[in-house]
Design a binder for this molecule. Structure first.
Ligand code: NAD
Length: 401
């Protein structure tokens, strides 16, 4: 079948298997080109392993460190004429490349917020990973979560206290317009914290502790974002920021529990703003990222997910005394937040219109990367060719035959 992109708002409802595989191969090539990292971690669990920062983490752990990886994600298999989701194709391509390179990789597809998937993961660690993991990456981004009581929470991306007015862009049409967002209701703030805060991360760590599947000195890392002041009203001081503050407080609590249990560590890494399925959904953020990409590319300091995560492992997770900020967080958003970068963005922001957007921002690069998330607009892929959309993820397929 010929697969074409079909967009609805900020999501693309189709994905191209060959394009997704090519993008995974590019990330693997990058890691192999940068060279091996110290094999500090041998058995790595990545929760949210199929796209964005989680996929990059799995690729670096596997192809950079030679670790065994167990990936958990929630993706859709192809059904009739409906393509699988991008994360499904990414994971299939990742597992096949890992197998070829003689690297262990197994995946679990299902709701990571559920007790059932936590238990399946623990069973797999006991069975396949010498009974222990030494690194747990928590990289979930989800619009909703059903907690253990059965209550379903839906997160919102809204300001708190006052309405927020600013410019935003329609990624597909490139039209810049003004957006006004009403402040969140108290219950929406709580719901967003329930979904994107640290509660589920803590449930995972507690389940791993209770099952005794954490190796001595095990480390767990969750990803956060801060961004520049200009996005504070919608990000850091908005509902998602409340959730991220909760995630960061959770790291301190988990750190105490892990230190006692296995001399382990829980830590938050503050990453750079990037085009991913999660970030494309946040109002104002795509416009900011389009300017950020332009300025950072001009200064030759641009990084994508794989460059960010390779640096995270090389400069922080694989060294003995990692340098942290005053709040005990890893900061790989340092280049994004450099004064010269932010000053240029602030100047451009004021003058932005639909007409001058292609010239002053990297909206073209943003749009291309957005489609590449779904396997489209990838160099050297022939989109006129018929492709088989029914692609198996080897480890998941094995379990079901
Ligand atoms: P993403 O949308 O690319 O990836 C989300 C992952 O979570 C996917 O693997 C998906 O399958 C998985 N997932 C979602 N719901 C699930 C569920 N119920 N059960 C199992 N798996 C589920 O997101 P991303 O942008 O890579 O974000 C990952 C983390 O990094 C988030 O915490 C995000 O806040 C943080 N972060 C993102 C940015 C950015 O700009 N994108 C910047 C800094 C930090």
């Amino acid at each position: 079948m010929i697969v074409e992109p079909k967009t609805r708002g900020f999501i693309c409802t189709t994905a191209h298997p060959v394009g997704c595989a090519a993008r995974v191969a590019e990330q693997i090539d990058y890691v192999q080109g940068e060279g091996e990292l110290p094999a500090k971690y041998k058995n790595v669990l990545v929760i949210g392993a199929s796209t964005g920062y989680g996929l990059a983490s799995r690729i670096v752990a596997s192809f950079g460190l030679g670790a065994k990886t167990l990936g958990v994600f929630f993706e859709r298999e192809a059904d009739g004429n409906r393509t699988a989701s991008a994360g499904w194709y990414n994971s299939a391509a990742f597992e096949k490349a890992a197998q070829k390179a003689g690297l262990y990789a197994r995946s679990i597809n299902g709701d990571a917020f559920s007790e059932n998937i936590k238990q399946q993961t623990i069973d797999c660690i006991k069975q396949d990973l010498d009974g222990k993991v030494d690194l747990v990456i928590y990289s979930l981004a989800s619009p909703r979560r059903q907690d253990p009581t059965g209550t379903l929470y839906t997160s919102v991306l809204k300001p708190i206290g006052n309405p927020y007015k600013d410019k935003t862009v329609d990624i597909v049409s490139g039209v810049v317009s003004n957006v006004e967002l009403a402040p969140a209701k108290p219950e929406e703030i709580i719901a967003t914290e329930k979904v994107m805060g640290g509660e589920d991360w803590a449930l995972w760590v507690d389940a791993l502790i209770a099952a005794d599947v954490l190796a001595p000195n095990a480390t767990t890392v969750a990803y956060s974002y801060i961004g520049p002041e200009m996005t504070y009203p919608i990000y850091r001081e908005g509902t998602i920021g409340v959730a991220k503050s909760h995630l960061e407080r959770t790291a301190h609590e988990l750190n105490v529990r892990l230190a006692k249990h296995c001399n382990g560590t829980a830590i938050v890494s503050v990453n750079k703003g990037l085009v991913t399925q999660a970030s494309a959904a946040i109002p104002v953020v795509p416009l900011y990222i389009s300017l950020l990409y332009k300025v950072m590319k001009q200064k030759n300091i641009h990084e994508g997910c794989i460059e960010q995560i390779y640096r995270l492992f090389k400069d922080f997770l694989c060294v003995d005394n990692m340098k942290l900020d005053d709040a005990q967080r890893i900061r790989i958003d340092d280049l994004e937040l450099r004064d010269d970068v932010q000053q240029e963005i602030a100047q451009l922001w004021g003058n932005m219109t639909t007409e001058n957007l292609p010239e002053i921002s990297d909206i073209v690069g943003f749009r291309k990367e957005f489609f590449q998330l779904f396997g489209f607009e990838v160099d050297n892929v022939d989109y006129t060719k018929d492709v088989d959309i029914n692609v198996q993820i080897p480890s998941i397929h094995l379990e079901t035959v």
